[in-house]
Design a protein. Structure first.
Length: 580
């Protein structure tokens, strides 16, 4: 056994003395610049016998073996003429070169046989042209791309690199043919002049060329457009107390914006960051007061601090919300007053949170669901609320947490409203129909209906219904934290009334008279208002200015004045006699 290390290669061969002749021929292929040539197919031929072996260089190295068994009868003898040449086609078209040697005597197990090839004459790529932006351009978008036209006289593939004027690489491309090369969109500064150039290299022969140094100036910044499309809309009424505020924003240059929401007194509500141009900014849910008018506006700001302010809008919140009914499904199931019905095999169940992968985003320990058994059909499961008296109402809100999962495409989740009973003939309207999957964590659901036109608004039922139409494997419909409510009637605006009239209590002389009135707040909303008082002659006769019967036994009576000019003469109380 012969083991030989040649360069970085290890060879194992068997000598002729061991009864078998194996000759391994190896070597390297170099071009006329001294570079190793990768991927060239080489052909080693024993011209004395006409026997050849082929292989392809890897990192410029090749290796073939000749023996009397592979293939049978192939042998190399001392003195044979050996020739090596390349298959000069494809990427190597136009190349040339071969080498000839004589097998030595004695014949070694390993024979190094290198090949030097000559490349055809090559011309470097042409200088890149047709820059875009055009050299000297102004008002160029800060998100522009860079491009130019590149070509090679022989059509060789090229490597193309874009550079800033300070030689910082922008982007590079490999194996490019003749044509226009374009970078990705850039992110530049406003009102700035940029210098750039392009270097193109023949990626086979490494000849290169460089463009001229071009330049352009970016556009000046512009402020965002004022926010528009407010939600709630300007002047809207009956807005929920937990509403959000939102506006649409845009920027003439496509900048990403920060949007700040303010009350009319400049109090900041919230700032929403990173809103794309053409997008919508929305606040978190607010906590507002009942029956209150709010004024607000929004300010959009671009990354350079330029701003635009919207108009000032207003909305009025809802009046009192009357919560009729709340059910969290934490007690017995079905809850008191609830009804379960089924037109098939469907059922509703009470489940503990954490027992299933798809649950509603509710509270507490339990929720209810109509969940499909994959092994059986599941149809027509109804869960009915207690009866609600909706007399005189034009809007009833139904709010709950839900999770609907369809899986196989057969399931349906519904919320229906009936009046006068729970028979099909009592159906009034459907306020929810869902057949597509909710997010895995479920969704908050807010529905409403107007019972004013129902056949019997004094007896209204809400049905939660699930079916898989009898196909099976449709999964299910879960609910929790149901709240049924309606706006209450606001007391009259003038919800105050007089409770006492404090008059002078006696006759008065002609002239100004002060009348005091006490009022009581009889409702929720306090108010200041004028009281109109009328003074008139009750009897229709001449008004009595003074009445005094002198029966008090005192002179002068209270309020009277006695003036004496003669100490002897005075006024006194006397009994009646015949002469008086």
């Amino acid at each position: 056994m012969i083991v030989a290390a040649v360069g970085s290669q290890m060879f194992v061969g068997t000598s002729a003395a061991e009864g078998r002749l194996v000759v391994t021929i190896y070597g390297y292929v170099y071009d006329d610049d001294g570079y190793l040539v990768d991927g060239l197919e080489v052909n080693v031929t024993d011209t004395s016998t006409g026997i050849s072996k082929y292989t392809t260089t890897s990192s410029g190295f090749y290796q073939v073996s000749f023996s009397d068994t592979d293939p049978p009868g192939i042998e190399i003898y001392p003195g044979d003429t050996l020739t090596i040449t390349g298959n000069y086609t494809g990427d190597f078209a136009g190349w040339s070169g071969s080498n000839t040697t004589t097998a030595p005597d004695p014949l070694p197990d390993y024979l190094q046989f290198d090949l030097h090839v000559v490349k055809p004459p090559n011309y470097p790529p042409n200088e890149p042209t047709n820059p875009n932006p055009v050299n000297g351009s102004v008002d160029v978008s800060i998100h522009t791309t860079l491009s130019c036209y590149v070509s090679d006289p022989e059509g060789d593939p090229m490597d193309v690199s874009f550079y800033w004027g300070d030689d910082t690489l922008i982007q590079s491309f490999s194996g490019v043919g003749n044509g226009t090369v374009t970078t990705s969109a850039l992110s530049l500064d406003y009102s700035t002049t940029y210098y750039w150039y392009v270097m193109v290299e023949d990626n086979m022969f490494k000849d290169s060329n460089t463009s001229a140094l071009w330049h352009f100036t970016t556009e000046a910044n512009q402020p965002p457009n004022p926010p528009t499309d407010p939600v709630p809309s300007d002047g809207a009424t009956g807005i929920p107390l937990s509403t959000t505020l939102s506006v649409d924003v845009s920027d003439p240059l496509g900048d990403t914006l920060n949007v700040s929401f303010y009350w009319a007194n400049a109090t900041l509500i919230e700032t929403v960051t990173g809103v794309p141009s053409g997008g919508t900014a929305e606040t978190s849910a607010l906590s507002l007061a009942l029956n209150t008018t709010y004024e607000w506006y929004a300010v959009a700001e671009d990354p350079d601090g330029l701003t635009a302010t919207s108009a000032t809008w207003n909305f009025t919140t809802t009046n009192f919300v009357q919560n009729w009914y709340y059910q969290d499904f934490e007690g017995p199931f079905p809850p008191p007053g609830w009804t379960l019905t089924s037109v098939g095999t469907g059922e509703w169940f009470q489940n503990a949170y954490g027992s299933h992968s798809y649950e509603p985003p509710g509270t507490g320990m339990y929720y209810v669901n109509a969940w499909d058994d994959p092994a059986a059909d599941y149809t027509g499961a109804s869960l009915w609320t207690p009866q609600f008296d909706c007399t005189g109402l034009s809007n009833v809100d139904v709010v709950f947490e839900r999770n609907f999962q369809d899986f196989a495409g057969y399931g349906e989740g519904q919320v229906n409203v009936y009046s006068g009973g729970m028979d099909p003939s009592n159906f009034e309207e459907q306020i929810l129909f869902v057949t597509t999957d909710d997010p895995s964590g479920g969704v908050h659901t807010e529905l409403s209906f107007d019972p004013s036109g129902y056949a019997d608004p004094s007896e209204v039922y809400i049905e939660f219904y699930y079916t898989d139409d009898g196909y099976g494997s449709a999964w299910g419909f879960s609910i929790d934290d149901l709240n049924v409510s309606a706006p209450a009637i606001i007391p009259p605006t003038h919800d105050v009334m007089p409770t006492a009239l404090n008059s002078p209590g006696a006759t008065e002389m002609e002239g100004d008279i002060t009348v005091n009135v006490t009022v009581m707040n009889a409702g929720t909303f306090t108010e200041t208002f004028d009281v109109n008082c009328t003074i008139y002659d009750v009897t229709g006769a001449r008004a009595t200015i003074l009445a005094e019967g002198f029966e008090g036994g005192v002179v002068p009576p209270a309020g009277w004045t006695l003036v004496q000019y003669n100490p002897v003469q005075t006024w006194e109380i006397d009994d009646y006699d015949p002469y008086e």
